[in-house]
Design a protein around this ligand. Sequence first.
Ligand code: GDP
Length: 442
Amino acid sequence: MVFESLAEKLQNALGKLKGKGKLSEKDVKNAMREVKLALLEADVNYKVVKDFVKKVKERAVGHEVMDSLTPGQQVIKIVNDELCNLMGKTQSKIEFADSPPTIIMMCGLQGAGKTTTTGKLASLLKKKGKKPLLVACDIYRPAAIKQLEVVGGKVDVPVFSMGDKQNPVNIAKAAVEHGKKNGNDVIIIDTAGRLHIDEELMEELQDIKDEVKPNEILLVLDAMTGQDAVKVAESFENKLGINGVILTKLDGDARGGSALSIRAVTDKPIKFVGMGEKLDELEPFHPDRMASRILGMGDVLSLIEKAQENFDTKKALELEQKLRKQEFTFEDFLDQLQQMKKMGPLSQILEMVPGVNSKQLKKLNVDDKELVHIEAIIQSMTKEERLNPSIIDGSRRKRIAKGSGTSIQQVNRLLKQFNETKKMLKKLGKMEKTMKKRGKFN
Ligand code: GDP
């Protein structure tokens, strides 16, 4: 889970205040000590933590809390507000040029995820109706050009390259000309990365910047490197000047120190976050939504957006009808599973549901493998069996288990769950009818 350990500690510290009818200054002080520790353990920059706790404390002992009927909730709201402020309040979007093409220069250290992210960004912009062109300017790392070409191929976006014998400044210049001629409205330049920041790299980036005058310089940073990422951001901002950051590998970042420090330290926003290795796992960064995720308050807006992107509304309506008439079969179940899988790992989805906090998530022990098994079992059924599961007898169960690489127990369990769900739907249907008769439901 994103920020799992930080979320757990913050939710623990603030949970103690929740039920209290009245808060003393000591209660607030104690909670703030825990908040401070949680943030420091999450590898948030020390000065940022100090300022943060000071601000929250000042507000928490003021009227807005002390006069409130639910002071504990009020403190949580203040922490939420201040977390939001820390990350920049509102979403920072890409600034597109008034007259295209918009030129985006991607930079960062080796291994941060720059090439992958370049592909992800192109794919995201393409989905939004843009016509991007990728440019291979990393002429030093063997296979870097090939890697960009592969990524471009996967997302079906053209890649401009001139091999590794040309100067990157010339390549960038030629790419812009090429893009203009071909009607590309966004040109994304993948520059060279190094293991460490060095003067030569910075000079090269500066030369490309001077030549093509990018609208956006985006720095790709690996969230897992914590405060090192923040230092890299400071260097790039001081030496080159950046417009924003793309923070990758947030899917594996339990601490969140870099995400919470970058804006406060460099004054530059995080524009996108990488949430996995796949090329569709790049998300716009919303500070407000991230703050409520960290505090276990869910992220309904992102959840709805994800569902809208991945669910077929016509199918959803059909399903609702089927559920009402109790005609729900394994065919529909499989369909649902496949649509849901497109939304991403279950744990990431549940994390966005309000009320599911980090402790509960741990208890639920969400295992995406379980879904894979269920899918395999259903796929091993014949069409007839899917539509009419009552014919699945002992020998059919054996065949299905064998075909799906699962056990008979697993098949039995799924059939049982399915029958129970159907029974429950039947009961609900009956209840609905009775209520309707009594005029209490429509
Ligand atoms: P570059 O050297 O900066 O161009 O880095 P690459 O694009 O080659 O990526 C380095 C590694 O990080 C690859 O294995 C990527 O699959 C992986 N990676 C990139 N972004 C993410 C992300 O958001 N989440 C995860 N889990 N892995 C990522």
